[in-house]
Design a binder for this molecule. Structure first.
Ligand code: ZN
Ligand code: ZN
Length: 68
């Protein structure tokens, strides 16, 4: 379970994490903290928790996904 989550592509709040560098530790919407891989090098699997949270209007951190 842990390995699958760590290898999954997590979603991140663009406000909390505006410009993560590859390898930077970032906190995903689901609360997992792990290195960012970069947008073109995403793992094949998506984190189901992040997918569900990213679909919400408001992220757990309080920011809104549609806010620009
Ligand atoms: Zn945020
Ligand atoms: Zn996640």
């Amino acid at each position: 379970m842990t390995a699958e989550i760590e290898r999954a592509a997590h979603a991140y709040c663009p406000v909390c994490t505006p410009d993560p560098g590859r390898g930077d530790l970032v906190t995903a919407l689901c609360g997992a903290t792990h290195p960012y891989w970069g947008r073109r090098e995403r793992p094949v699997n998506n984190c189901p928790a992040c997918e569900a949270l990213a679909a919400n209007t408001v992220y757990p951190c309080g920011h809104t996904g549609s806010e620009r």
